[in-house]
Design a protein around this ligand. Structure first.
Ligand code: NAP
Length: 373
């Protein structure tokens, strides 16, 4: 039975992923309805913010009577009236006898109340199936509710010895085409992608998501002194929102020369650059819940040193560049002792065609990485 529940929960997680890039700030949710022989009767997933929840979709997609059937879903069914009516009520109404969930909804308006409602109606409820995978899938959503700030991932493409570019700042191409395709899938998952003025000036990237059914993340440029040219690729008018973080001292006359699709956010200065922490608060207030950083070593270092990064995704190519002619992915980051290192927890590794992806979480001092509710 445990294996069957895990198999069906994996199906829920795969269905939920179809909502990537579309559901934020809502969670990714997939749902399967099955009979006593574990035959799938119906499926559904949350397709977008404000649209039907996964349970409602699965129930509406069913072609047969659901009385006495079981329902499995990666997140606790809701018990409240939001943009849609409570899923728990619909499950009860349809006569479903058993509900299996992966995790409790951390949203205080639900948080155990959905399960309580189902149990009160006589439905058997089983919780915690593939809980770690369920928590991982919805880490942006959990972080939003818990920490009220965007979830930050630093993404790098490096050589085996951690170099993101040669001293000449040439970085094309460290990793292969398969890795770059994978990186585009990653862009589809995040609300926004962030880079620096320096990377825009040196590389002129587009920062678009070039995969089938993908969508571009919002582009955020950290440009303290507004040095990026107005004709940079990141400012292309392709229907994607662009945010440029600039110093509060920049005069409005300078902004006029830039395309009108750009939202300029004036930020406090710390030292010679934008104060990243307060800038992130402003970004969060625009509705952005997750950010993928694709920058050079200096900006990566700033995020790490200020304890602002949650997660590190490294695409590592089997190449060695050496320390004399290579630039480290955290540039100017120096610790004297091992005891002073910034610590991370390895989460996963994946071998691609030639390269590997290494995923780690930063150990935060003020909070735990992922928490069960
Ligand atoms: N392989 C990869 O994964 C990858 C990805 C991206 C880029 N790259 C390489 O990296 C190169 C660029 O590297 P880079 O070192 O010149 O640039 P960078 O690290 O991308 O950005 C440096 C800029 O970040 C801002 N900054 C620095 N410290 C900061 C702080 N404490 N707080 C806030 N902002 C801060 C400054 O811009 P302001 O003056 O505007 O504040 C600074 O000029 C590119 O040419 C490319 O080759 C590689």
């Amino acid at each position: 039975m445990k294996n069957q529940y895990e198999r069906l929960m994996r199906r829920c997680l795969n269905l939920a992923k179809k909502g990537e890039g579309k559901v934020s700030p809502n969670p990714l949710v997939g749902c399967v309805i099955f009979d006593d022989d574990y035959r799938i009767i119906s499926e559904g997933y949350h397709i977008g913010c404000g649209k039907n929840h996964a349970e409602r979709e699965a129930i509406l997609n069913a072609k047969e009577d659901l009385k006495g059937k079981s329902l499995i879903v990666n997140l606790e069914p809701c018990s409240h009236y939001g943009k849609t009516p409570p899923c728990a009520d619909l499950i009860i109404e349809k006569g479903i006898k058993r509900v299996i969930t992966g995790m409790i909804d951390p949203n205080p308006v639900v948080k155990g109340k959905g399960i309580k409602k189902l149990k009160a109606a006589g439905i058997e409820v089983i919780t915690g199936v593939l809980e770690d995978e369920c928590l991982e899938l919805n880490k942006f959503f959990i972080n939003d509710i818990k920490n009220k700030r965007p979830y930050i991932t630093i993404k790098t493409a490096t050589t085996l010895d951690g170099k993101i570019a040669a001293k000449t700042y040439k970085s094309k191409w460290i990793t292969d085409e398969t890795s770059r395709k994978e990186a585009h899938k990653l862009r589809n998952r995040y609300d926004a992608i962030l880079t620096s003025s320096s990377t825009v000036i040196k590389d002129n990237p587009s920062l678009t998501c070039r995969i089938k059914n993908g969508r571009n993340p919002i582009r955020i440029i950290v440009d303290t002194n507004l040095n990026t040219p107005s004709y940079s690729n990141v400012y292309n008018k392709d229907g994607t929102k662009v945010i440029v973080l600039i110093s509060e001292n920049i005069k409005d006359e300078r902004i006029i020369n830039y395309p009108e699709n750009i939202q300029f956010i004036k930020c406090r200065i710390k030292g010679n650059h934008i104060d990243l922490k307060s800038a992130l608060e402003k970004i969060y207030n625009t509705g952005i819940k997750s950010i993928l950083i694709e920058a050079g070593g200096k900006l990566n270092k700033a995020f790490i040193e200020e304890n602002l990064a949650d997660n590190l995704i490294q695409f590592i190519a089997p190449k060695i560049l050496g320390d004399k002619n290579g630039i480290n992915f955290v540039y100017g980051y120096n610790r004297n002792e091992i005891s002073e290192c910034n610590n991370l927890i390895f989460r996963s590794t994946k071998k691609l065609k030639n390269d590997i992806i290494l995923v780690s979480d930063f150990v935060k001092h003020e909070k735990q990485p992922l928490k069960r509710y």
